[in-house]
Design a protein around this ligand. Structure first.
Ligand code: ATP
Length: 139
């Protein structure tokens, strides 16, 4: 079933999620505070906008309330990531967030993030399991 996603923060991580969800046929709204980042996603999203994702009124005006899941892919600016997550939870939608470190992760969990992603740690675990798999016979 096709869903409505909003991807916030269009760096390598957010950009890759945005492109993949769009290619899978989902409705994807791409958001970044930097116009150049938004421009890179116009062909790989249903719609895209330059918006500060910590601004509750701006997110409400975009109709964010009606989306299934928001993916917060703001990494380096932890304050913006936390603020955006808080606002999205207040609006009342599911939020998956990228964490920069364990402290950031703990704060995100406390404020109600539905899933916290640690790309490097999560990928390290996946790769270790692939290496452990009996299916690998040729290195
Ligand atoms: P990656 O490691 O995924 O490549 P990055 O290093 O490009 O990430 P980050 O600092 O992690 O960039 O932030 C990802 C994106 O989030 C950037 O494109 C940045 O402009 C955007 N961003 C930062 N603050 C906000 C905000 N308040 N609202 C919307 N987008 C924001």
């Amino acid at each position: 079933m096709k869903k409505h996603f909003v991807v916030i923060g269009l760096g390598r991580f957010g950009g890759s999620i945005c492109r993949e969800l769009h290619s899978l046929g989902h409705q994807v709204l791409a958001i970044d505070i930097i116009p150049e980042k938004v421009n890179t996603m116009t062909d790989y999203s249903t719609s895209s906008t330059v918006t500060d994702a910590t601004d509750k009124e701006a997110l409400l005006a975009l109709g964010i309330k009606n989306f299934d899941v928001a993916i917060v892919a703001i990494g380096e600016n932890e304050h913006a990531s936390i603020q955006s997550t808080l606002v999205l939870k207040e609006i009342g939608i599911k939020v998956w967030v990228k964490a920069q470190n364990t402290n950031h992760q703990k704060i995100l969990e406390k404020i109600g993030a539905d899933r916290v992603i640690h790309p490097e740690l999560d990928m390290g675990i996946r790769i270790a399991h692939q290496l452990d798999s009996d299916n690998i016979i040729d290195f």
